[in-house]
Write a protein that binds this ligand. Structure first.
Ligand code: ACO
Length: 422
């Protein structure tokens, strides 16, 4: 069997054989036979826009690997900072490399005072923390003028470290501002997640020591959210990166993509849905209303996964450990009932709709005390590692600027009509 396809232009009889490489055929080859005939693919469901070696997803089998390592092993044995290194460098760090990496990230957790005083404090008192994060990340580019030096390896590495390090600080600052609490400076004697929890929750105590089980649960959630190949926000990162914008501007675009309820806002939507359902008795009627076309089952379905999202399985286990400390989230029983009914229903099984990563993550975040508005922010912190790994890869590949074509369906040429004559 030849690893190629043959396409025929029925208008001319011309034909062309195109090799299949890594499971795809190159549009540039296609173009040789059919210039001016565009592949129509809204939502890019059948388009591979790049070659990538960062993460691997098999939606049929429910497999996710970062740089070849199964997500289950990383969640069990690694930690978020190590995973971030792996995504960015392609290999797990040695002990010496990890120690240097942890030091560098910890050293850069502080934000410039003017980011807080002049910028963050300029927001309206009830600003959404994700809106604040999107803007604050973009604003960072104005504080680091070397950010534009994207082909200077040292400058590039500096921005990568700054972004990984400062995201938790910005995230916690956005939360503190939105609830009227004073900003808490990073405590660099703490580990990454404990430091973030300290910035979130510290009140008057000299040092905030997070519950180690909760800090570890957050670390696992960060590992699970660190990358997911060409999702909407990573694509936004790559599209903006392809114009050679600085990494802060690219990350701000990725954060903006993550803000939407179809992407990073889904776990917030899950909680709102569970609150609306209110009791287990109402679950069957709710499922029927979804089947009748009234809204969607939030946290269900995925563009790629057509079986159980492997991250959802790990999160379900983590939830039990968190609830043992915080007490059970009262919405959990409704969620479990909803999952049970949906997974036994032909509507969901025939469309291969299973719980995704967001179905249970919101329940954990809520039990840990995070307000709903913080959920997309909590997603953005770890996903920054994935975004940056893809951004580096894109620059190293010397990719073209992203500039898709369109199928024009507008009006024929027509003369301008002065406003008084319309
Ligand atoms: N509830 C009910 N029906 C659904 C759902 C759902 N959650 N998701 C898809 N469907 C149905 C659609 O109505 C459609 O049915 P039809 O063929 O009868 O018209 C069919 O399944 C296919 O749906 P599409 O919208 O074409 O699937 P797509 O791959 O474009 O969408 C998405 C994927 C956006 C995730 C979708 O499943 C959804 O909206 N889910 C709820 C939101 C959510 O949980 N998002 C988080 C995704 S994970 C992440 O971003 C981290």
């Amino acid at each position: 069997m030849t690893e190629s396809i043959t396409i025929v232009d029925n208008r001319t009889g011309n034909q062309l054989e195109i090799p299949i490489r890594h499971g795809g055929v190159a549009a540039s080859e296609w173009q040789k036979l059919l210039p001016g005939i565009w592949i129509f693919d809204p939502g890019l469901t059948a388009t591979a826009a790049c070659e990538s070696s960062v993460s691997f997803v098999d939606g049929e089998q429910g497999i996710l690997r970062y740089r070849g390592y199964p997500i289950e092993e990383l969640a069990e044995r690694s930690n978020y900072l190590e995973v971030a290194y792996l995504l960015l460098h392609g290999e797990l760090p040695t002990a010496a490399q990890f120690s240097e990496w942890r030091h560098d990230v910890t050293y850069h957790t502080y934000i410039h005072e003017n980011v807080r005083k002049r910028f963050l404090e300029g927001f309206h008192y009830d600003a959404h923390p994700m809106g604040m994060l999107v803007s604050a990340v973009a604003a960072l580019s104005t504080f680091y003028l070397d950010a534009k030096e994207i082909f200077d390896p040292e400058a590039r590495q500096r921005q990568v470290i700054r972004l990984i390090a400062k995201m938790p600080t910005l995230a916690a600052a956005a939360h503190r501002f939105s609830v009227g609490m004073p900003f808490v400076y990073p405590d660099n004697s703490l580990e990454f997640c404990s430091n973030f929890l300290s910035m979130m929750w510290k009140v008057a105590e000299p040092r905030f020591d997070a519950n180690p089980t909760l800090a570890r649960a957050l670390d696992i959630l960060f590992i699970l959210h660190a990358d997911h190949e060409q999702n909407c926000s990573t694509t936004a990162m790559r599209v903006v990166g392809s114009s050679h914008a600085d990494p802060y501007s690219c990350c701000a675009a990725a954060c903006a993509a993550l803000y939407g309820p179809r992407h990073g806002g889904a776990n917030e939507a899950v909680i709102r849905m569970l609150q609306e359902i209110e009791s287990m008795d109402n679950v069957p009627a709710f499922v029927e209303s979804v089947k009748a076309g009234h809204g969607r089952l939030q946290g269900f379905g995925h563009r790629i996964y057509k079986s159980y999202d492997p991250r959802a399985k790990i999160i379900k286990r983590t939830a039990d450990e968190v609830f043992a400390i915080t007490g059970k989230n009262p919405l959990l029983d409704i969620a479990l009932k909803l999952e049970e009914i949906a997974l036994a229903d032909e509507y969901f099984t025939s469309r291969r709709l299973y719980p995704n990563v967001d179905f249970y993550s919101g329940l954990i975040y809520q039990a840990m005390g995070f307000p709903l508005e913080m959920f997309p922010v909590l997603f953005a912190i770890p996903r920054t590692a994935g975004w940056l790994a893809h951004w580096q890869e894109l620059l190293d590949q010397d990719s073209k600027i992203v500039r898709p074509r369109q199928l024009f369906v507008g009006s024929e040429p027509r003369p301008y009509v002065p406003i008084g004559d319309r």
